[in-house]
Design a protein around this ligand. Structure first.
Ligand SMILES: [Zn+2]
Length: 137
């Protein structure tokens, strides 16, 4: 009697509660993704509109989670632009995007002594520039 009747009484509610718990978790995941996307877009627009400030910025992980997986950069000297895939950058996912700026150098116009710095331009969902003239991180 005991087990069976208890299951008959609560089984349906337990099952329902499990489904609701799972659905609520999925909502959180989607909400975080939406927030990551919004934050990355806001930072990127700020950069395009006002040229900065680049700090603070979202992290590599937040940009990827938000679906903005490409970072566009420009050489300050020769104006060459490049799209870098954030998922291939050898940094931990919690690295803020602004920190990448200092590690990037233009391969196009670099000399043995001087490797010109780059500036961050914007984040994009797709690769927008085919040319790849900048050093990987
Ligand atoms: Zn250059």
């Amino acid at each position: 009697m005991g087990t069976k009747s208890r299951e008959a009484i609560f089984g349906g509610r337990l099952h329902g509660a499990r489904i609701r718990a799972r659905a609520a978790r999925e909502e959180v995941v989607l909400a975080v993704r939406k927030a990551d996307r919004a934050e990355a877009e806001q930072w990127s627009l700020q950069l395009q509109t006002y040229g900065g400030p680049a700090q603070p910025s979202p992290t590599i992980g937040q940009c990827l989670n938000g679906g903005l997986g490409w970072l566009e950069v420009e050489c300050l000297r020769c104006r060459t632009q490049a799209s870098l895939p954030l998922d291939a950058i050898r940094r931990t996912r919690d690295t803020p995007i602004w920190k990448l700026e200092a590690s990037l150098r233009c391969r196009n116009c670099a000399t043995r002594r001087y490797r010109p710095p780059v500036k961050l331009v914007k984040l994009t969902a797709e690769r927008e520039i085919e040319r790849y003239a900048l050093d990987r991180l």
